[in-house]
Design a protein around this ligand. Structure first.
Ligand SMILES: C[S@@+](CC[C@H](N)C(=O)[O-])C[C@H]1O[C@@H](n2cnc3c(N)ncnc32)[C@H](O)[C@@H]1O
Length: 200
């Protein structure tokens, strides 16, 4: 899937996207929750390496560098978001801990390994079912490493007609799909539907 397909926008509208989203740094996640979860692991600053796939404007990874001193590598295929991510890192004084690369995460996944943590927040069903998603993400981290996934599950049986949403399934099945490879769910945060609606 290319950039225009992902954003469901014709190519001529893509240059408007940064301006339309100018006021929003976190495009799909709650960086403060991720920072608090990872803080509790007490991993060593600077020696801890993070891969943030579909990092957008770097809201999660730049905060991790700033708050916990982790080394971050952000990947996104939309360069204007990366320009903003680099600028944020510079403003917050964590330029030296961060690098942002414009690339398709499907290519990066093939060549990445041994990270301490992989972040996959708000990207959606790009990697298929949660079972397939976890299988691909876990290859990027060292044994005993961590995955942070921010996505959703179904609460109704309503027909899902939008593309990119067909990987969603009910809660119990979602948990089953997240754990068939021996991984343990350490933390879980379910945002109530009402809270999500009130944000839009
Ligand atoms: C909803 S945003 C979430 C951004 C960020 N993770 C956050 O939580 O703020 C999803 C991001 O994934 C990126 N993306 C989607 N498919 C991608 C791909 N195949 N390779 C690289 N980036 C991709 C988009 O450009 C977009 O910036």
């Amino acid at each position: 899937m290319g950039v225009t397909d992902y954003f469901e926008a014709p190519p001529e509208l893509l240059p408007c996207l940064p301006e339309l989203l100018a006021d929003i740094w976190a495009l799909g996640s709650s960086p403060e929750i991720v920072v608090e979860w990872l803080r509790s692991l007490q991993l060593p600053p600077e020696a801890t390496q993070i891969l943030d796939l579909g990092c957008g404007k770097g809201a999660v990874s730049v905060n991790l560098a700033k708050e916990l001193g982790f080394k971050i590598k952000g990947i996104d295929f939309f360069e204007p978001f990366l320009v903003e991510a680099r600028e944020k890192a510079r403003k917050l004084g964590v330029e030296g801990l961060s690098s942002f690369e414009c690339a398709d995460m499907l290519d990066i996944l093939k060549e990445s390994s041994d990270y301490d943590i992989v972040i996959y927040t708000g990207v959606g069903g790009l990697l298929g079912s949660f079972d397939q998603c976890v299988l691909r993400l876990r290859q990027t981290v060292r044994p005993g490493g961590y995955m942070v996934i921010d996505d959703g599950f179904r609460v109704t049986s309503d027909e899902i007609s939008r593309s990119g949403y067909d990987h969603y399934t009910y809660y119990q099945e979602t948990i089953r799909q997240l754990t068939p490879h021996g991984d343990i769910i350490l933390r879980e945060n379910i945002v109530p539907v009402e809270d999500i609606k009130s944000r839009h």
